[in-house]
Design a binder for this molecule. Structure first.
Ligand code: K7E
Ligand code: CUA
Length: 622
């Protein structure tokens, strides 16, 4: 009896303790969590009137647009149309931007690259590739508008592996993803290895004229070129590119292009090729200066890498390049110094299509293979010698030490990250403050919008030893790469300066006029709060009357020189709309082929009397 009582007492005390332990554990857990949530919220909270520390300039994939975010708040600030017409800004509607788009209606923008000076983002321009329609574009970061688009010609098959700029933006490298016969002519796929080529376009950009040009193209074997990066410092003359499909598969790529244990990283010395081209050592092909590895054995090399790599990134100090495995779940660190040594000593194991192959074991420095980490895609850097890799399949970010390969931390992402972007991450001096994982999925993290879910981004504070996941946000399709630049490096204008000499501009309402020349009608008008003056001589200055069949050009100057005083100009039921920003002159051109009466109106809310800002377009029948 006595033992029983003691047993019960002991059981009672233990049970009590257990309840207490559970209670307190639970209680402190809740407290920590609340504390945690509060500190995370504080990290991303930007008080009214203050601004984010960084701009994040993110590619919008097949939306063809650039998305601008503030970091760390993750607030979306603006959509900048690049390859896609955009009624919100009139892009692709006014004459100039319509001509720039050249009739294309979309683009597939994967990789933004901010212009660099001395290996640092200089904040002047942003370059964008279009995998869909073989183009490259430049956005002027003083106005956040697209200023030039260049088609790369028919030799190209989707410049996926660009854009990456050399240290002083000497070149914007655009390697093709899909191989094609030169000129894109018809050619049987049976002749793939012999007739198809993978092309790298080396574009230049004139900052004063705001214009692209192609300096030369490099004709490579018909492998697929996936991603590239430019060297820095000691490797500043070099470009590295990953390849897959060294099998030359022409069908069922998911199986046939994944046969070999090794693909290659191609190393190109652009400086030597530049000299060779200057000395006339190139072939003129389809109007392009083309160089071939067989003729430039001192400039193009390859080093084997574990099968089907995706990203390759050069470390901030320029001494190493790191390949992310995709199909082989590891990161491979290569040494530029060792590669240069092998090249110097002509230490080649083989040659492929005229490209000397460097010995893997001698150029490779380290394979980093965190247990269970699957699907590494891209590498980013901080200021303390660490690398950060996104793992698409195991859905996480892995932080590791470049010098030792030691894995320091792993944090989940929500879900399936592609690229990540670190603050000032592609420069010689990353700041190591924030990392954003750009995810291909969000699963059920946000309110449902039907069968197709939004993509998402995760924000990590990477300033400490351990990464801290701070927040997640949905994004528009489709996040590939982004760059984050210190906000104070950008200096956007507040309005376009008044310029009396600007072509087609009118600065006083009295000067607004209509000039008729046969069936060509030029309207030189002004917009200001809250009126259009299109013809000062008319008793109805906000009305345009033209004849059916006339070609009409409306040159509109916004004479409100004041920040954000933007006016729109829409023609009702005519499918036409454009925009003039403060101090800007834009032209809308169309053929008045529909004889009717059309109300016109300002489509951008500009003042309390915005609704009154309108007029008529009268198209008189023949
Ligand atoms: Cu999405 Cu850079 Cu086109 Cu990788 S790429 S994810
Ligand atoms: Cu001008 Cu609304």
């Amino acid at each position: 009896m006595k033992t029983n009582r003691i047993t019960f007492a002991i059981i009672g005390i233990l049970a009590g303790l257990l309840v207490a332990v559970i209670f307190f554990a639970d209680f402190t857990g809740d407290g920590d969590e609340a504390q945690d949530t509060r500190s995370k919220a504080e990290k991303v909270y930007i008080p009214y009137g203050e601004h984010d520390d960084y701009y994040m300039l993110a590619s919008g994939g097949h939306s063809g647009q650039l998305f601008v975010y503030g970091i760390p708040s993750m607030r979306k600030i603006r959509t900048v149309p690049i390859f896609t017409p955009d009624p919100a800004t009139g892009y692709g509607f006014d004459k100039e931007s319509k001509e720039m788009l050249g009739g294309y209606t979309w683009g597939d923008f994967h990789h933004p690259a901010i212009s660099e000076t001395d290996g640092e983002y200089d904040g002047e321009f942003l370059f964008a590739n279009d995998v869909g329609n073989n183009r490259v574009a430049a956005v002027d970061l003083s106005t956040f508008t697209t200023v030039d688009i260049m088609h790369l010609g028919d030799n190209m098959g989707g410049p996926h592996a660009g854009v990456f700029v050399t240290e002083n933006t000497e070149y914007i490298a655009l390697p093709t993803r899909f191989s094609r016969p030169i000129g894109g002519e018809y050619e049987s796929l049976d002749k793939f290895e012999e007739k198809y080529r993978g092309i790298v376009s080396m574009a230049t950009f004139d900052r004063d004229k705001k214009e692209f040009d192609t300096a030369f193209q490099i004709s490579l074997p018909p492998w697929s070129y996936d991603l590239s990066d430019a060297g820095k410092g000691m490797s500043g003359d070099w470009i590295v590119m990953t390849t897959y499909n060294t099998e030359f598969a022409t069908t069922n790529l998911e199986i046939n292009a994944s046969q070999n244990d090794r693909d290659y990283i191609v190393m190109i010395n652009w400086k030597r090729l530049e000299e060779a081209v200057a000395n006339g050592q190139y072939e003129e092909v389809n109007g392009e200066k083309m160089v071939d590895p067989r003729d430039h054995k001192d400039a193009i090399f390859a080093v084997p890498v574990a099968k089907s790599p995706h990203g390759v990134d050069v470390t901030p100090d320029g001494t190493r390049f790191i390949a992310a495995g995709k199909l082989a779940p590891m990161m491979t660190v290569f040494s530029f110094e060792k590669a240069f040594e092998a090249i110097e000593n002509e230490n080649f194991t083989d040659e492929e299509h005229g490209i000397p192959i460097l010995p893997y074991d001698e150029v490779m420095e380290r394979e980093v293979d965190p247990p269970g980490a699957l699907g590494p895609l891209h590498t980013q850097f901080d200021d303390r010698g660490n690398a950060y890799n996104t793992m698409f399949i195991s859905s996480e970010v892995v932080k590791w030490d470049i010098e030792t390969g030691e894995v320091i931390d792993r944090q989940p992402s929500y879900f399936a990250p592609g690229h990540a972007s670190a603050t000032e991450g592609d420069t010689k001096s990353p700041t190591g403050e924030w990392l954003v994982a750009l995810n291909k999925m969000a699963k059920e993290n946000f309110l449902s919008v039907g069968p197709s879910h939004p993509e998402s981004m995760d924000l990590y504070d990477i300033s400490g030893e351990k990464m801290e996941h701070v927040m997640a946000a949905p994004v528009d399709p489709e996040p590939h790469y982004a760059q984050m630049i210190k906000a104070d490096k950008l200096n956007p204008i507040r309005y376009y300066e008044k310029d009396e000499n600007r072509e087609n501009s009118v600065w006083n309402q009295e000067d607004a006029r209509v000039e008729r020349n046969g069936n060509e009608v030029d309207v030189y008008g002004v917009a200001f709060r809250s009126r259009f003056v299109l013809d000062a001589q008319s008793e109805r200055p906000d009305v345009i009357e033209v004849n059916e069949g006339d070609t009409v050009r409306i040159h509109l100057t916004n004479i409100d020189i004041d920040q954000d005083a933007t006016h729109g100009f829409a023609i009702n039921d005519y499918d036409l709309n454009f925009e003039v920003q403060p101090g800007e002159t834009s032209t809308l051109e169309f053929v008045a082929d529909k004889a009717k009466t059309y109300p016109l109106y300002c489509s951008n809310f500009c003042s309390a009397l915005h609704q009154e800002m309108g007029g008529y377009l009268l198209v008189k029948p023949k």
